[in-house]
Write a protein that binds this ligand. Sequence first.
Ligand SMILES: Nc1ncnc2c1ncn2[C@@H]1O[C@H](COP(=O)(O)OP(=O)(O)OP(=O)(O)O)[C@@H](O)[C@H]1O
Ligand SMILES: [Mg+2]
Length: 502
Amino acid sequence: MSSEPTLLEMQQIEKRFPGVHALKAVDFDLHAGEVHVLLGENGAGKSTLMKVLCGTESRDSGQIIIRGEPTDDLTPKQAQELGIGMVFQELSLVPALSVAENILIGRLPRRSFGMIDWSQANDIARENLARLGVTHIDPHTPVRQLNVAEQQLTEIARVLSRDCQILLLDEPTSALSETEVDRLFETIQRLREQAVGIIYISHRLDEVARIGQRVTVMRDGAVVGTMPVEAADRDTVVQLMVGHKPGEQRADAQRRTGPSLLRIENLTVQDHLYQLTLELHQGEILGIFGLMGAGQTELADALFGLLPHESGAIFIDNQPVQIDHPGDAVAAGIGYLTRDRRGSLIPVQPIAPNVTLPLIGGLPLLRSLNLRDERSAANKYIQDLQVRPPDLNRSVRYLSGGNQQKVLLARWMHSGARILIFDEPTRGIDVGAKAEVFALMRRLANDGIGIIMISSEIPEVLSMSDRILVMRDGRFKAEYASEKPTQAELLHSASYATEQVS
Ligand SMILES: Nc1ncnc2c1ncn2[C@@H]1O[C@H](COP(=O)(O)OP(=O)(O)OP(=O)(O)O)[C@@H](O)[C@H]1O
Ligand SMILES: [Mg+2]
């Protein structure tokens, strides 16, 4: 790789926010045709480094040299002109605009007389989605009608349509299914062949060897190592990330589950779920695994009253309950961390009220609370989940992506709900903090809470669940209780292809 020309060199980059030294003399470079993976714990400074490069944050000092030319502080427009494109960790689409408008924002094609050429715009949008293998998204659709994965794909298509030479991807796969990830990786491979350089941030360590050529690890704002991917085995990388040998992720396998807490019988949701029956016990962590679109999220939505069910019955403590909207679910003691997190935090508020605000329909309700109670309750979770910086007065909008996720988790853990539904709870959370999340979930279960954990990460499902249900096509296809399946078995029972042979 080192024979390839250097596209980018960042030297001694410094950045301070009030109270946080976010980047400490960071050196980083990128060659044409390589994927340089950037790793680090939540809050290590990865996103900030990328924002400095694409001009949405200014640097305090340091040099950025692009194709041999030093640059002054970049504006986002200058960065674009230099061929730098970024897919942000937090999606940056405009919900009210269509997919095509979002992809081509600021450069919609025009006919003579300045009229926008909509048919060309839609064609360009369709073409760039097709590069990702996406054919099911209509470019006319308003972005607010898309699910998180579709939004993430639209965001990636937007950057691809710009023909960048330096592509920054900040956790692009956090909401994607296996097949969607495969397609993205194929696209990345093609871009490499066209000498594009790619900086790739992820918390999914298994992606590193699949996609990367070099790996850089950051810790507390500084680079602690750069190495070829062959040298970046999991142990080495994790040790660099956390600064010590990591603890085992596996929580204690001793399960002692209690009586029935939640039971659903023959739950049917039009076009999504067919005659689902399940039971969740006190103290149990029930894992639900399925490929994207298998119905997991619809099941959670239906249980929380966000999606009406056609037929079927729900019982809590063996008593029938009627759940028609989220208020009913909250009153029945159900908490739900949705897949789509936007809108559930109050960004301008500090951490403490974001953890302790009472929830109505899954949304926090503003009301005055006893401040001292609020702080001590919040503090406990902030410490346990290692929210950084552990400053309860800090506005949530200034936290890194993973730390915002921890605040959301803390809120549901604190909510007093007896039944917790977590959809992809560890998305965006680093390896070290994942172990803490699992330990906390286990502790809640030991206190008698029942947890339904929806996850597309196989190792997470396998290590955390007392029991696993596999979904496919809106139905339960397999159950694994005491005998844990292998990764391959789990994937097999979740896959469509397997049954359709002949
Ligand atoms: N606008 C801001 N104002 C104040 N502090 C900020 C701001 N942006 C980031 N920070 C702080 O800078 C540090 C680095 O944050 P950054 O978002 O770069 O982390 P990260 O490595 O991307 O983490 P994650 O994996 O959670 O996304 C964090 O302590 C964060 O709280
Ligand atoms: Mg980040």
